[in-house]
Design a protein around this ligand. Structure first.
Ligand SMILES: NC(=O)c1ccc[n+]([C@@H]2O[C@H](COP(=O)([O-])OP(=O)(O)OC[C@H]3O[C@@H](n4cnc5c(N)ncnc54)[C@H](OP(=O)(O)O)[C@@H]3O)[C@@H](O)[C@H]2O)c1
Length: 248
């Protein structure tokens, strides 16, 4: 690990657009150092320049594909080497896929599981020593994982996706049992439909301006970092109004 920075730092996956970009922007506005990751370097470099303009401290760009175990481990190592601390690990990169249980190809299920569950597991393992050291030195460190309301309230045709998000919620609950006494705790955020590229397929059914905003999720993520080590928030469901309550 490198010299420990005096500035709080976060590692954000899936930070080039959508919810991850909104979370990175909220942390930047609060002066945090950031490592931002996704697959595409060009979009990340562009995002990094914007974040620096909007108040971020140092911003490191580390491309990594969440299907590549070595790249995920290297991402955690790169963050530790750059900043020597991790106050917030934001596990946000994920993928969606729609299909009934009757005909979802198992290959697609495997891919969802790989990106939405296996990758978070590997990243947690890689960053955990840094999270523990940060909590020991500064009181607390947070893991914030973007799950989905479908992991809590199932939605037809989103069975495989929902199952991966339920697994992510369970993983973070177990993590809390094992780690929260050391000051490292995890929160899953479980939103309904958020207006990002991921929900483009729905735009004829639900107007984008009636969806949860990426910034709504970012506000919740940032506020979790204000909690002391004695407040563990396991899961936050963020749902849409009216008859959509408890639906995606
Ligand atoms: N939008 C919703 O309605 C909604 C609701 C609930 C939960 N969520 C969850 O929120 C998270 C973010 O979703 P979003 O709506 O912001 O999606 P998005 O707009 O499609 O953005 C996805 C981000 O993740 C990166 N990414 C995708 N696949 C990746 C991979 N294999 N390896 C590394 N990075 C990858 C993308 O960059 P690259 O393509 O360059 O890799 C991008 O930065 C996901 O976990 C999603 O399941 C979304």
């Amino acid at each position: 690990m490198s010299e420990v920075s005096n500035t709080r730092s976060a590692l954000v996956t899936g930070a080039s657009r959508g919810i991850g970009a909104a979370i990175a922007a909220r942390f930047a506005a609060d002066g945090w150092d950031l490592t931002i990751s996704a697959r595409g370097r060009e979009a990340l470099e562009k995002k990094a320049a914007e974040l620096r303009e909007h108040g971020a401290g140092r911003v490191e760009v580390v491309p990594a594909d969440m299907t590549d175990a070595e790249a995920i481990t290297a991402l955690g190592t790169a963050h530790a080497e750059a900043f020597g601390r991790c106050d917030a690990l934001i596990i946000n990169a994920g993928m969606g896929s729609k299909g009934a249980v009757a005909d979802m190809p198992v290959k697609r299920f495997d891919r969802l599981y790989e990106v939405n569950v296996r990758a978070p597991y590997i990243l947690l393992q890689s960053v955990l020593p840094t999270l523990r050291a940060t909590a020991e030195a500064n009181g607390a460190a947070k893991v914030i994982a973007v799950a989905s309301i479908t992991g809590v309230y199932p939605e037809p045709e989103l069975s495989a996706y929902g199952a991966t998000k339920a697994a992510l919620i369970s993983l973070c609950e177990t993590f809390n049992l094992e780690e929260s006494e050391n000051g490292v705790s995890a929160t899953t955020i479980a939103p309904g439909y958020v207006a990002t590229d991921m929900t483009d397929w729905l735009k004829d059914r639900i107007p984008k301006d009636e969806m949860i905003t990426a910034d709504d999720v970012a506000v919740v993520a940032h506020s979790i970092t204000q909690l002391s080590r004695y407040a563990v928030l396991p899961n936050v469901v963020l749902t849409r109004p009216g008859a959509n309550l408890h639906r995606a």
